[in-house]
Every structure is written in C-alpha cells, then in structure tokens.
Design a protein around this ligand. Structure first.
Ligand code: ADP
Ligand code: MG
Length: 337
C-alpha cells in the first residue's frame, strides 16, 4: 500500500535542507550537482557534498553546476536530479512512501518560476507539492507567531539573495529582494584583495576569510589570517596577511546595499506595523546573518532593534515543516473531515 511522508524542503542557492516530519532535519547539503559533459547527454555523477568535493579534483570532463541561481531554478534537469537524490536519501527508512512536500520559494518570483519549482518537485518524486515564501517560512521557523495582527520584519541573507519582508496576519505585507548576499560578499573580498595587495585569491579562500575574521561592524578581538593567492605581477604563489579591517572595508558596499533595502522597505511599511517592528525588532535569518555584527549594523543604521535568529540557517526548512502540519489541517478542513 502506498502511504505518504511529509517533508519540508529549503531549496536555497547555496544549500538545500530537508526536514522530515517527526524526524527532524535529515539533509543539509550544498546545492551543487556534478555533471559529466562531453558525451551527447549530460550525465549527473554526484550531488550535494559529494559533488562539492569533486570540484577541482576531477578530470576536466566533470563540471560542477549550481542549479539554483538567486533562489530560482536556473537548470531544471539538474535541480530534479538533485532533489530526487536528496528526497530518496531523506526517506531511506520508508522507501515506498510518496512524499508530500512543502518547499520554499523567494517572495516576489514570477508564476513561471513558481511552477518550475512545483514541477521539479513532482518530477523528483513528490506526490503533492505546496509552496511557501522564504520570509514567511523563516519567521515561522524562528518561532514568530505570524498570524497575529502584529507586524514582523524578516531579513534573510542567503548565498544569492537578501530578502526583506514585513509580515502580518499570515501574509507578506511588503517585500524586497536584492541579489546581494553571501556570494557577493565573497566576490567583494576577492576584488578588494586584488586591488589592495595585487594578489588573486579564490572564492573559497574569500569565504574562509569572511567566516573566520569578517564582520559587518567592529568587534572585540579582531584578528588576521594568512592566505595564499597568486601574485598578479609575477604570476607566482604569494602569502599575504589579511586583517578583519580589510574584510570589513571590502564588505562596505554590499552591506550598504542591504541596509538601504531594509530602509526602503521600512519606509513603505504602514506606520502601525512599523511601530510593531520597533517593538519586536528585525529578525535576521540565513547564513549571512552569521556574519559578525550584522545585527549591530542594522540597529545602528535603521534605529530598529535587530536580532539574529537561533540557528539562522535552519529557520526556513523548520518553517516549511511546521507549515506542512498546518497545510495538512487545511486540506482536511477543506475536505470536510
Ligand atoms: P541559501 O539560502 O542561499 O542557500 P544559506 O542561508 O544556506 O543560503 O547561506 C549561505 C551563505 O551563508 C553563504 O554565502 C555562506 O558563505 C554564508 N555563511 C555561512 N556561515 C557564515 C558565517 N559564519 N559568517 C558569514 N557568512 C556565513
Ligand atoms: Mg535560504
């Protein structure tokens, strides 16, 4: 007999997470697919962690694809292949089940983009698919009671996009999204090191710098890190010391863009809801929320208290799983049961 299993999916630009009802978060892997090119047909050789490890260590015929770009599907076939494997892995204990899936999508995407996510989940083996907007899922996952007539603001800083939204009465009142987030931070660090030290570093190194010594505002115990790159003058490997200050300066421009987006969203927010946000504060989620001092920067620049969610990288998937329960309830209600 066929039975179903409920799963929530956060299909992010950098990471895909799957939460299985009653079991917790079982998948937490990079949204990466390794594809064999050259033959007539592209063949998927690995997904997730395994695919990421292959980057740069495999023969030239295997390339890494990031199928999600700016939160939406850029490569349908690879997305399906990746989702299929992740879902299979998450449901290993009940292989006969067909999944009922709640999956997050950025707010403000087009109908075509929504449909692509829905269709990809179906093609990957899901039986029913519901969609929920990222800021809504993030707030619910962080424990905000979004159905109250009280305004709440969420700023989700992921790899590809920063999504800012004001929620009230279970709905998105206003939202803005920009393509400035973790990946742009990394790139800004690469550019800064190149300009300042005449050294070219890789994106992975830039991300390491950001995570180990980076910050959005000054912090106690700032440090420095030795990194290796390629000298732009002689083309030879070169070691340089990069400081926290360097990284903060490098991030000034993208951080300003995020602050500006939060400010313009606040300006568009109805006054009563803005007053609520003044009370409850801005909630920060996504991996970018882990950048040191992100809360402090937003508080300084907007005058609103800002706080980082607990486990900011898990909020969205946790929210999708919580909504599965509600959605199931709604379906029952609609069916008159
Ligand atoms: P997405 O939803 O787009 O998949 P995530 O919420 O998973 O993105 O966040 C991924 C981003 O978070 C990456 O750019 C990564 O470098 C960044 N990140 C992860 N941990 C940290 C940290 N401790 N400090 C700063 N940035 C971080
Ligand atoms: Mg995300």
């Amino acid at each position: 007999m066929l039975f179903s299993q409920d799963i929530g999916i956060d299909l992010g630009t950098s990471n895909t997470l799957i939460c299985v009802r009653n079991k917790g978060i079982l998948i937490r892997e990079p949204s990466v697919v390794a594809v064999q090119v050259g033959s007539a047909e592209k063949r998927v050789v690995a997904v997730g962690n395994e695919a990421k490890e292959m980057i740069g260590r495999t023969p030239g015929s295997i390339v890494a694809v990031r199928p999600i770009k700016d939160g939406v599907i850029a490569d349908f076939g690879s997305t399906v292949a990746m989702l299929r494997q992740f879902i299979k892995k998450a449901m290993a204990s009940s292989p006969l089940a067909r999944a009922r899936v709640m999956i997050s999508i950025p707010s403000g995407v087009t109908e075509v983009e929504r449909k692509a996510v829905h269709d990809a989940a179906i093609a990957a083996g899901a039986r029913y698919v519901s969609l929920i907007e990222v800021p809504m899922a993030a707030a619910i996952g962080a424990g905000v009671s979004v159905t109250q007539p009280k305004g709440a603001m969420v700023v989700d800083i992921g790899g590809g996009t920063t999504q800012v939204a004001v929620l009230s009465l279970g709905d998105v009142v206003c939202s803005r999204s920009i393509r400035v987030a973790g990946d742009v931070f990394d790139d800004a660090i690469v550019q800064y090191i190149r300009r300042t030290y005449n050294v070219l570093i890789g994106e992975r190194t830039a991300e390491e710098l950001k995570i180990s010594i980076g910050s959005a505002s000054r912090y106690e115990g700032e440090g420095a890190m030795d990194v290796r790159g390629r000298g732009l003058i002689d083309g030879l490997p070169k070691n340089i010391e990069v400081t926290s200050e360097d990284v903060r300066v490098a991030l000034t421009d993208p951080l300003n863009q995020i602050v500006e987006t939060v400010r313009t969203t606040l300006e568009k927010t109805p006054p009563e809801l803005a007053a609520d946000i003044m009370d409850t504060g801005i909630l920060l989620t996504g991996g970018g929320a882990l950048l040191r001092g992100m809360d402090k920067l937003l508080t300084e620049k907007t005058g609103m208290p800002a706080k980082i969610a607990e486990e900011p990288m898990d909020c969205v998937v946790t929210g999708t799983a919580i909504c599965l329960d509600r959605d199931t309830l709604n379906i029952r209600k609609r069916a008159g049961k």
